[in-house]
Design a protein around this ligand. Sequence first.
Ligand code: NDP
Ligand code: 2IT
Length: 447
Amino acid sequence: MEKLTLEGFMSGLKNRNPGEEEFHQAVEEVAHSLVPFINQNKIYREAAILDRLTEPDRIIIFRINWEDDEGRIQTNRGYRVQWNNSIGPYKGGLRFHRSVKQSILKFLAFEQTFKNSLTGIPMGGGKGGSDFDPKGKSDAEVMRFCQSMMTELYKHIGQFTDVPAGDIGVGSREIGYLYGHYKRLSTQFTGVMTGKGMAYGGSEIRPEATGYGCVYFMRNMLNRIGEGMSGKTAIVSGSGNVAQFTCEKATELGAKVVTLSDSSGTIHDPEGVTAEKLEFVKELKNERRGRIKEYADEFGVEFYEGKKPWHIAGDLAFPSATENEIDKDDAKALVSNGCMAVSEGANMPTTKGGIEVFQEAKILYGPGKAANAGGVAVSGLEMAQNSARLSWSRSEVDQRLQTIMNDIHSKCVEFGCIDNGRVDYVQGANIGGFIKVADAMLAYGVG
Ligand code: NDP
Ligand code: 2IT
């Protein structure tokens, strides 16, 4: 059998999925690691696993109509991308953002499949969302939108079929409206969604899990080279769910977080975003839904309008906003300012050129599918608690999260160890995530 080449594989993929740049980017990053691995392990090649794994099981696209507060009828588009359920029910978040389109949800669902495998919990990969923009909408409008979306979505999900959760623009408020409507339509109270409130089947630590997990992963990478979090300066982007709890845990472990951002700009607080200042951010972002500039006004620090935080010096970087937020020049700026490690809270926040800069500089680079897996891991723990009809304490869930992040780190080391004991975490995460899914697919035969 002919050897697989990256160029040949990617050219076929691009022809089959024209114009879907984010999807091409996510697949290329994975294929870069997997093509040599598959050439060495012919069983995967013969079963055409890579071709099958880069095609979703199905994509459901639907119209969502809802009425705004002025009585006007609005139309949005809804999606659920069910990528692969070889190792468990489809699992992954819903994103509400004006930029949502098929290419973005395909890249996210594809990545999710590897990420979920890395957690060791039986979950397949999926993702969904809508181009609905929650900014400036009233609670009543968000509720009507969520209910209308669920009226279609509920036909395609289920505790053993597909279990959505949150992502950008989907937090506890949206999950409440979505889950409540599912319950009404189905007359069932099941663990069909995660990220639920504590009053109705949620898990302790789920809101914190992505940010905390991302910091635990950073700690693991640092510890392996004899370093620690204490005394380090951290650059964090975003100011939503992932950024807030990254800031909280990094600060608790002795680091100083000096930046936060949103789509309008970056604040720089050289004294550090302390626990007290973070409470202001949580209230600002989660309750009042205001802009991060207010932090600068409140605490008298610098605000860089329209800028990302990567030009500010720091030892550690935690991109926690969105895809492609670190390009080649941003990565160069980080490295030349002394950044020694990157742990990605966001999904695919670094461009291909940016990743090359980090790898050439030989700094620690933890890709999202490993570093931000703590969120979906605790979603898996929420599903387990729902099935068992019980709930674990905060410390129990946190302990399990730390163990899962340690195990993911070990898996990356196992499959990503390269020259002189250095670890290529991209290769480690890609191969480590691939094997379990691929072996399950082999076991099922052709189908
Ligand atoms: P939130 O909606 O809570 O926060 C998103 C933050 O990122 C906001 O500060 C937002 O600013 C900023 N942001 C979003 N889009 C852009 C953009 N195009 N340009 C600049 N800033 C932007 O989302 P999350 O914190 O949940 O998600 C952040 C990232 O983490 C995403 O990549 C998500 O996929 C990933 N992730 C999330 C997990 C979770 O459990 N929630 C799990 C794993 C990964 P603004 O308010 O101005 O839009
Ligand atoms: O990207 C992600 O891993 C998430 N948005 C969380 C998914 C989940 O099902 O908890």
